[in-house]
Design a protein around this ligand. Structure first.
Ligand code: UD1
Ligand code: UDP
Length: 365
């Protein structure tokens, strides 16, 4: 039983579901409904060629406590009724933690895709979700050596950790050709490698109105000196509407658009001369594509994208956006070990019924 809930989950879990389906495994996909807008969910499913979820829990938005509790309660009902032999969760969103916790309490084994990432920043809601989900999981599936190191340092037994690679890059490799052919930048009157692609949605950047104000000023400066397109996450749009600053961004020349489906967004990443982001997944995708990425955060749980990829950590100060310039140099893709398009297959090899039981320490399942 797979759990998905928010946009990055769909991208990470699609290759796992596909690889297990190819092996004829019986599986159920549960969508918690944390993300529910057409562009945040349905369009992602269709672009990723994910079959419609078997169950939709409709938990929606809310405070962390309310959202997590709704997901736990609804998912517990599903578990009691369906009794899966394994629950697979991915990433670090509230749905991930809620469903891992519900399963663990019922003694059902949990596998965590993208285990072991750590920013060391406990103010990030995702960091809380990562640490607790890993503690609750029986099978920990990692995408980089530092993730394995983080888990070992927390006392997790080595035989529960499996280096499988990055499933997000499986999706990227599968759809890269189609996305490139779209040349989505053309329909926005942008020239290849000459524009900046922007995504910003972390609460630490957009939730505080004073901080958002400074950020908008810097984005306006960027909009005046370089072509730029900004698919605006619903959290960010809500905050920009509350502070009345969306119009200023548009007036600067920066193109504010709705969140894009996966193929359109990937197309814009491929054609970008630079990317400015605070997204986790976008740091990884730009490294795999060889597109320069500037991350507006004080830290990253994905240091491999700095050490071996194209990521530059700007830090916390929005004034550093002045460093972001599109480059017309051709991209130089980075070859990070196990980010090779086959992580889903390796996970299916591990989780498939032929290789079960998996976790030496799993009990009560
Ligand atoms: C969540 C994840 C974050 C991830 C991001 C991916 C948590 C704690 N955070 O953040 O790690 O990077 O998803 O995009 O799980 N909204 C809509 N329509 C939607 C979804 C959300 O309008 O389909 C609006 C609502 O006003 C909602 C707000 O966005 O309150 C935030 O949504 P939520 O899922 O709580 O957090 P994200 O910021 O999306
Ligand atoms: N993405 C997308 N449309 C957009 C912005 C992002 O399809 O308008 C994709 C992106 O290519 C990546 C994933 O969404 O695969 C990243 O999700 P997000 O940035 O929402 O979450 P995070 O990775 O920060 O948790």
């Amino acid at each position: 039983m797979h759990v998905v809930g928010a946009r990055p989950n769909f991208v990470k879990m699609a290759p796992v579901i596909e690889a297990l389906a190819r092996r004829g495994e019986s599986q159920l996909v549960v969508h918690t409904g944390q993300h529910y807008d057409e562009r945040m969910s349905d369009e992602m499913f269709s672009d990723l060629q994910l079959p419609a979820p078997d169950l939709f829990l409709g938990i929606g938005s809310g405070t962390h406590g309310a959202q997590t509790a709704r997901a736990m309660t609804a998912f517990e009902d599903v578990l009691l009724e369906r009794r899966p032999r394994l629950v697979v969760v991915g990433g670090d969103v509230n749905s991930t933690l809620a469903c891992a916790l519900a399963a663990a309490k019922l003694g059902i084994e949990v596998a965590h895709v993208e285990s072991g990432l750590r920013s060391g920043d406990w103010t990030m809601p995702e960091e809380v979700n990562r640490v607790l989900t890993d503690r609750l999981s029986d099978v920990l599936l990692t995408h980089s050596p530092e993730a394995e190191g983080n888990l070992l340092a927390e006392g997790i037994e080595a035989d529960r950790i499996h280096a499988v690679g990055n499933t997000m890059i499986d999706s990227l490799r599968k759809f890269e050709g189609e996305a490139r052919r779209r040349e989505r930048w053309r329909s926005l009157d942008l020239d290849e490698h000459e524009y900046v692609l922007i995504t910003l949605h972390r609460p630490s950047n957009v939730d505080d109105p004073a901080r958002l104000d400074v950020l908008v000023d810097e984005l306006c400066r960027l909009g005046r000196r370089a072509p730029a397109v900004f698919p605006v996450h619903p959290r960010t749009r809500a905050k920009l509407e509350q502070t009345g600053r969306l119009g200023d961004l548009e007036a600067s020349g920066l193109r504010c658009v709705e969140p894009l489906g996966y193929l359109d967004f990937l197309s814009l990443e491929i054609g970008a001369g630079a990317v400015l982001t605070d997204s986790g997944g976008v740091q990884e995708e730009t490294s795999a594509l060889g597109v320069r990425c500037y991350t507006l955060r004080p830290n990253t749980e994905r240091p491999v994208t700095i050490e071996q990829g194209t990521n530059v950590l700007l830090g916390d100060d929005p004034a550093t956006i002045a460093e972001v310039t599109p480059s017309s140099l051709p991209p130089a893709p980075c070859l990070i070990p196990l980010w090779d398009g086959h992580a889903g297959e390796r996970i299916a090899d591990l989780l498939g019924s032929a290789t079960r039981p998996l976790a030496a320490s799993a009990s009560g399942a």
